[in-house]
Design a protein around this ligand. Structure first.
Ligand SMILES: *Cc1c(COP(=O)(O)O)cnc(C)c1O
Length: 369
């Protein structure tokens, strides 16, 4: 079986983990946490990094820190992970969806302006699968309508938009360090911002809003979303190799594209736009309309040949949990609906070998004739 993702942990991970155990520093108080925060912040040119337990709760912390709540609207993509909408819904605000661009699979920036109302507080940007969102369009809209920008850069650590690091855009950004991300801590996430006040709020929110003077007297409600020193130790070791990981991802993507480009029934990810070169966080494939089966059937057939795959995200307006809440009634986002049914991704992890890429490609040729 070729797994859809396998991380590479053969740098200093063991050494730094042993350091945690030898010194007894295993909680969030250990020194790797602040080191990891500083290193990530520096890499994406942000002033502050606030490590948290995962990339989903990073979004919860961010939404709370911005004071987004009842009566507010947040514009975000229909084609994304549930964490984005969940954070906004839990905060009592209204998620307003925008369809995907058929080529980049990112939020179609041309459709945003029509969704802005007097209640809109923020645009949540999510970079999907390998290419960043067209940030210039977002920055212009945010400036014109005085909106905040939240950037979910979970899939895009090490990627640039016009030479600027993903994770450096807008008021505040989030990262995830799940094992399929470019840098992993097993589970983990981070909030990134240049704003001192927001940074302090996020630090407090992830730490139960304990107070400096009267520790157990709380003015506000927070969470325990702290990252452990063990997780941060992994992260520090992983980050040392980010540039190597990024070039490996690009080479893997290019190899897939070369070998798969003769298959007529599929769309491959686009290699670059005028603002970025694809980093192939995952290598996504979309079946053309004329191909007789949906992604589900193709994935099943690939599975029988020992190839691990994952479906694309399922659109937010089609989520039963949100429909039961009365959200997104009667709404339709045709591109998100199509790519979620016709799209899937193939093994794309950092431990993938050239031989495995060739084996995956052979299986695709057999299944997609
Ligand atoms: C992975 C991911 C997250 C969630 O991160 P977790 O650490 O798995 O909670 C959020 N947003 C995007 C775009 C992601 O890809």
């Amino acid at each position: 079986m070729i797994p859809v993702n396998e991380p590479l942990l053969n740098g200093n991970e063991k050494k730094y983990l042993a350091e945690c155990i030898d010194t007894g520093w295993i909680s969030s108080e250990g020194p790797f946490v602040s080191q990891f925060e500083r290193n990530i912040a520096k890499r994406v040119t942000r002033k502050h990094g606030i490590a948290v337990s995962n990339g989903s709760v990073a979004i919860d912390v961010v939404v709370a820190s911005l004071g987004i709540g009842k009566g507010d609207e947040v514009i975000m993509p229909a084609f994304t992970i549930i964490s984005c909408v969940a954070a906004v819904v839990r905060a009592g605000a209204k998620p307003v969806l925008v369809d995907a661009d058929p080529l980049t699979w990112n939020m179609d920036t041309k459709q945003i302006e029509a969704k802005i109302t007097s209640k809109t507080r923020a645009i949540m940007v999510v970079h999907i699968y390998g290419l960043p969102v067209d940030m210039e369009a977002i920055l212009e809209l945010a400036g014109k309508y005085h909106l905040m920008i939240i950037e979910d850069a979970a899939e895009m650590l090490g990627q640039n938009y016009k030479g600027c690091a993903c994770g450096s855009f807008g008021d505040i950004s989030t990262m995830s360090f799940y094992p399929n991300k470019h840098v992993t801590t097993g589970e983990g996430g981070m909030v990134l911002t240049n704003n001192d006040v927001l940074a302090e709020k996020c630090r407090s929110l992830r730490n139960l809003c304990f107070q400096a003077k009267k520790r157990f007297v709380h003015e506000e409600l927070g969470w325990n979303f702290r990252m452990t020193n063990l997780q941060a130790a992994l992260g520090v070791a992983q980050l040392e190799r980010l540039e190597e990981f990024i070039s490996k991802k690009r080479l893997m993507g290019q190899r897939y594209t070369e070998i798969l480009s003769d298959i007529k029934s599929i769309y491959l990810p686009i290699q670059k736009t005028d603002y970025a070169e694809n980093v192939y966080w995952v290598y996504g494939i979309v079946l053309k309309d004329e191909f007789p089966f949906d992604a589900e059937e193709v994935m099943k057939r690939l599975g029988e040949k020992g190839i691990g795959t994952r479906p694309f995200f399922w659109p937010m307006h089609e989520q039963p949990v949100f429909r039961k809440m009365g959200l997104f009634e009667g709404e339709s986002y045709p591109v998100a609906e199509r790519i979620s049914r016709r799209g899937f991704y193939i093994p794309s992890g950092l431990a993938l070998t050239e031989n495995q890429i060739d084996a995956v490609s052979r299986a695709l040729h057999e299944v997609l004739v």
